[in-house]
Ligand binder design. Structure first.
Ligand code: VAH
Length: 317
C-alpha cells in the first residue's frame, strides 16, 4: 500500500502514475492539499495538508501503508520569496513523515533532495558524493538539513528512508512550480506556441538536468534495491544531462527552425550561479545500477511530441 504526499506536483503527478502502474491503482493513495484537475477512473485521491500530522497518521492506519513518497515542498525560487514558510513546510512535513514511519513501522519512505544542497564553493564540475555543501537558498538549506535527518532516522531507529539529489527535472505532465531550473520546461511550451522565449537565466548558465522518465526510473530502482546494498543514507547524487539555455534552444530549433531565445536574467540567476554544472553519480551507478537513458536531443524530441498531444487535448487549458 503506497501513500503519495504532494501527488499533484511536477514530480508527484508523474511518479504517482508510475507507482499506480507498478503496484496497481487500488494500492496507491495520492494526496495533496487541493483536488487534482483530472482523476482517471480507479485512481484514488484524498485531500491531505503535508503539515497535518493527525491526518497523516489516520490515513496510514486506515490504509495499512507500507511505502510513503513525501514529495511536497516549496522549491528554490518560491522559497526565496517566503523563506520562513518554505522552511516550515519543508522541515515540519518531513518530521511528520519520519515520525510516522518510525512509530507506525512503515516499511520504506522516499523523500527527494536536490542539487540545491550544493553552494558557490562546491566544485562546479563532476561534483562528488562527498563534498562541500553551503547552500545559499532556504530550499537548499532545508534539503541539506533534511538529508541529515533521514540519515539520523536510519542510523538511530532503522527507519528505511531513501533519497535522491535530483537535478532540474523536465517533464510534460504538469506545469512547473517555482523552480530555478523550470526555464527548461517553459521553453518547450513557448516553442510549441510559436513564440520566442525570454529566458530568466543568462546564456552560458550550465545546470545539471534530467528528463522526468529518467528521474522516475531512478526513483523506482532506488526503492527496489536491497536495504543493505545502499551506502548512502543522506541522499544519492544523481546526474544525467548538463546544458545551458543556448544548447536547449538549439536542440529545439532542430524541430522548430523559427524558434528564437532571448535573455533577461532575473533574481533566479544568482540561485543558478550558486549551483554546479555537472554531477558525479558513481555511488548510484555502483549501488543500484543507475544509468540515464535520455540525452538532450532525445528529451527534446519526446517533450515536443508529448506536449503537442497534450495541448491538442486541452490538458493545460
Ligand atoms: C528548483 N527544480 O529549481 C528545483 C530543483 C535543482 C533544482 O530543486 O528549485
Amino acid at each position: 500500500k503506497v501513500l503519495v504526499i504532494g501527488a499533484n506536483g511536477q514530480l508527484g503527478s508523474e511518479l504517482t502514475d508510475a507507482l499506480r502502474e507498478k503496484w496497481g491503482r487500488e494500492n496507491v493513495l495520492a494526496t495533496d492539499i487541493r483536488q487534482p484537475r483530472q482523476l482517471a477512473g480507479g485512481d484514488r485521491f484524498e485531500l491531505l495538508d503535508a503539515l497535518d500530522k493527525e491526518g497523516l497518521y489516520r490515513l496510514i492506519k486506515q490504509e495499512g501503508t507500507t511505502q510513503i513518497y513525501h514529495l511536497a515542498a516549496v522549491l528554490s525560487a518560491t522559497g526565496e520569496k517566503n523563506p520562513h514558510f518554505a522552511w516550515k513546510l519543508n522541515m515540519e512535513s518531513l518530521f511528520n513523515v519520519l515520525e510516522a514511519a518510525r512509530e507506525l513501522k512503515v516499511g520504506k519512505t522516499y523523500w527527494p533532495s536536490s542539487i540545491a544542497v550544493f553552494g558557490p564553493d562546491t566544485p562546479k564540475k563532476d561534483v562528488p558524493q562527498y563534498t562541500v555543501c553551503n547552500p545559499t537558498t532556504i530550499y537548499g538549506i532545508s534539503k541539506l538539513a533534511g538529508e541529515q535527518w533521514c540519515e539520523y532516522y536510519w542510523k538511530k531507529w532503522g527507519v528505511d528512508v531513501r533519497s535522491l539529489r535530483y537535478p532540474g527535472l523536465i517533464g510534460y505532465k504538469a506545469l512547473p512550480g517555482g523552480g530555478t531550473t523550470d526555464y527548461a520546461v517553459d521553453i518547450y511550451h513557448k516553442a510549441l506556441e510559436g513564440e520566442d522565449y525570454t529566458c530568466f537565466l543568462a546564456k552560458g548558465t550550465y545546470l545539471p538536468m534530467m528528463y522526468m522518465p529518467d528521474a522516475i526510473q531512478a526513483t523506482l530502482q532506488l526503492m527496489d534495491a536491497p536495504a543493505d546494498s545502499l551506502r548512502i543514507r543522506s541522499s544519492y547524487n544523481l546526474g544525467a544531462l548538463s546544458f545551458d539555455p543556448e544548447e536547449i534552444a538549439a536542440s529545439i530549433r532542430r524541430h522548430l527552425p523559427q524558434f528564437q531565445i532571448r535573455y533577461q536574467p532575473d533574481f533566479r540567476q544568482q540561485i543558478a550561479d550558486s549551483w554546479p554544472d555537472s554531477i558525479n553519480d558513481s555511488y548510484a551507478r555502483q549501488d543500484w545500477n543507475w544509468q540515464p537513458a535520455y540525452n538532450l536531443d532525445r528529451m527534446t524530441q519526446d517533450m515536443l511530441e508529448n506536449l503537442r498531444v497534450l495541448k491538442e487535448e486541452g490538458h493545460f487549458a
